[in-house]
Ligand binder design. Structure first.
Ligand code: PML
Length: 237
């Protein structure tokens, strides 16, 4: 199996990214798909596209997705209350959730921020954040998500990230798309992937925050988590 990763930027600003894990025969098909995706993002036309293809040597972990549920909300206030309630049920304190919303509303991070239960930020590089890589949603799962209208193409990508991070011990994930017109975000916990409509107003920024139970001093545990988030291969089927 091979990992294919694409990232596109303009004037060094991230525009879009995508990745998958496929058999040798599918590589060309996905490279074409990713180039098309890079050139059709609403943020703008990239002046740099990087495509990386690597053979996966490690064992791939195959797991089922978190159950997907959509919570329709009619305002940002209602949506954020729903998100807070789901996260509080996992023992995450109100102040820590507020800190996460502040990070997302500021925007501009390329990867995810990591907050511990004391509300301390743990990601080593606050601009880059942490990227969840080496993941793929199976073709069958993609067909199911789109066919049964459980979500959109964005859900297809995000369910792989959310399922992997929760499997690696992250307590909760709060995500708001950085795509200006995509206002549906989600909260993921061991109980499921909760899509929440209107989690931001159109045009507002976004990002991802992972909530973890890692004391600031435990650098080894944090490094292990980041290494696995970035490198451990997962296929969600
Ligand atoms: C959804 O399932 O509709 C929410 C997906 C958010 C994806 C965030 C992103 O743009 O990467």
């Amino acid at each position: 199996m091979y990992s294919i990763k694409m990232r596109a930027s303009k004037n060094n600003r991230h525009i879009s990214g995508a990745e998958t894990i496929v058999e040798r025969e599918k590589i060309e098909e996905y490279v074409v798909k990713f180039i098309r995706r890079a050139f059709s993002h609403e943020i703008g036309t990239p002046d740099f596209i990087n495509i990386k293809i690597e053979e996966i040597k490690e064992d791939i972990k195959y797991i089922d997705p978190l159950p997907i549920r959509t919570v329709e909300c009619s305002s940002k206030e209602e949506a954020r209350k729903v998100a807070r309630d789901i996260l509080r049920r996992e023992g995450i304190k109100e102040e820590v959730i507020e800190e996460a919303f502040k990070i997302l509303d500021r925007g501009g991070m390329r990867g995810a921020s990591i907050l511990n239960l004391e509300g301390e930020r743990l990601e080593p590089d606050r601009e880059r954040g942490v990227r969840v890589k080496c993941i793929s949603t199976s073709h069958e799962l993609k067909e199911r998500i789109l066919g049964e209208k459980l979500g959109t193409e964005r859900t297809v990508d995000a369910i792989a990230i959310a399922t992997k991070v929760i499997d690696l011990g992250v307590i909760g994930e709060l995500c708001i798309s950085d795509n200006p017109s995509y206002t549906t975000g989600y909260v993921a916990t061991k109980r499921g992937y909760f899509r929440i409509t209107n989690l931001k107003e159109r045009g507002e920024p976004g990002g991802r925050v992972f909530f973890v139970s890692i004391p600031k001093e435990d650098r080894d545990k944090l490094e292990r988590l980041i290494r696995d988030l970035e490198n451990k291969p997962y296929i969600i089927r």
